[in-house]
Design a protein around this ligand. Structure first.
Ligand code: GLN
Length: 249
């Protein structure tokens, strides 16, 4: 049985990112692997022995509540320290960093990513695409990454974290945000997402794992303790069509 943790869907579930847990469960079941989703709500303890964890996006006030709960509870941190895979989207990425700016103040993050989030003057909204860097536990990724971004935060990575992708379209982390003009050339804002230890984080909504099946299978493989190449390939023409459409816009 594969146990998937859907972390705080009541506060980090505004953008359909709950779908990432559904995609993991479905891709496991299609391979004959039984899988179930455990939704952990605000105020509930995060079990530290699940096989994989997902966190979605959220509004500023909601993500402050999420950060406060995850710090006080400590279960997700213990899971990360035990090497259990964690996938975080947008507000989820910001919450796992050292600090983020939300509702006009600086808030402590969980500290699983060497990342600091400040505020952009102009909200970044639209398609985002990137080429995987292959950093850390994402070494097996080869396929272009695609998603939809909608954030006010600009995330600067410290030396402990590495980008998940290099932006080919859209904004991504907006890592030179202090001086960023969103009309700048993409080369001036190249990092998308972050990876550190067992955490993979991104600004891609979509849900990201529906739009990036290779990334979904990488997380599944890590949850199962096998290599990506050891997973039986799935033939899903609808997913291929979705990707072709999204990558061509
Ligand atoms: N509230 C955060 C921001 O605006 C995160 C938004 C999101 O999760 N889409 O940057």
């Amino acid at each position: 049985m594969l146990n998937i943790g859907l972390i705080l869907p009541d506060v980090l579930g505004t953008y359909g990112d709950d779908g990432n847990a559904l995609v993991l469960r479905q891709r496991a079941r299609l391979r004959g692997i039984d899988a179930q989703i455990h939704a952990i709500k605000l105020g509930e303890a995060v079990p530290e022995t699940l096989d994989v964890y997902t966190l979605g996006g959220g509004e500023d006030t909601a993500q402050i509540l999420a950060a406060e709960h995850l710090i006080a509870d400590g279960g997700l941190t213990r899971a990360a320290h035990a090497g259990r895979p964690i996938f975080a989207i947008c507000a989820g990425l910001q919450v796992l960093g050292e600090s983020f700016r939300a509702s006009g103040r600086v808030v402590d993050g969980v500290g699983l990513l060497d990342a600091t989030t400040v505020a952009l003057e102009q909200r970044a909204i639209g398609e985002v695409a990137s080429t995987p860097t292959g950093a850390g536990i994402t070494a097996e990724l080869t396929e272009p990454l695609t998603g939809f971004e909608n954030h006010q935060g600009a995330t600067i990575l410290g030396p402990g974290a590495q980008p998940l992708g290099r932006v080919t379209r859209g904004v991504g982390n907006a890592d030179s945000a202090a001086t960023l003009d969103l009309d700048d050339a993409p080369s001036q804002r190249t990092a998308e997402g972050a990876t550190q230890g067992s955490v993979i984080a991104t600004y891609m909504h979509g849900p990201a794992l529906a739009r990036n099946p290779q990334l979904a299978d990488l997380l599944l493989a890590q949850a199962m303790g096998v290599r990506l190449q050891d997973l039986e390939p799935l033939n899903l023409p609808a997913v291929d069509r979705l990707r072709a459409e999204r990558l061509s816009v």
